[in-house]
Design a protein around this ligand. Sequence first.
Ligand code: IMP
Ligand code: MG
Length: 183
Amino acid sequence: MSASITDPRLDGQALSRIVYDADQIARRVRQLGADLTAAYPEGELLVLGLLKGSFIFLGDLVRQIARPLQVDFLVAASYGDAKTSSGDVRLVYDAGTKLEGKHILLVEDIVDSGRTLTRMMDLLSQRRPRSVEICALLHKRVAAHLSYPVRFVGFEAPNEFLVGYGLDHAEDFRHLPYIASLQ
Ligand code: IMP
Ligand code: MG
């Protein structure tokens, strides 16, 4: 019998173990915020969150960036099953903010195959931003080749299906204050 997490938020749904607890996440997000503050000395910064998965991470992250910035969102949808993204990534909501001439920081929850990011970066690059960088909370390092480097990474994640802190499985678990493995 394998152990599982006891949490009233789970209502009987089994998660095997906590991979990053709330304190670990908070510490890492503070460091990332300091790195980002140092990395952007001048120019307009637009933090673009890729929804829905980045909503909690982005909320915590922007409060740790000590410089002026603006926030907007993109919503992408990929047609796969609950655990794998298909190659077909579609933009279902586009940011209203002008990107031209701005530093764009694309914030993603997790990089798995990298397809979502590649598609979004292709799109953003066409809008003549001053720069585009990626900040991902988690990186599985499983993609054989990524067209765009991920400059800011929260954690090198195990190759397991992770949920919580914004990440879902079939829309469940996004509200967990920690990141857990479904296996
Ligand atoms: P990619 O396009 O394969 O890199 O997948 C990226 C998207 O798939 C993420 O933004 C997530 O929404 C989802 N995803 C990939 N791996 C996981 C995981 O372990 N847990 C939850 N969602 C995941
Ligand atoms: Mg998802």
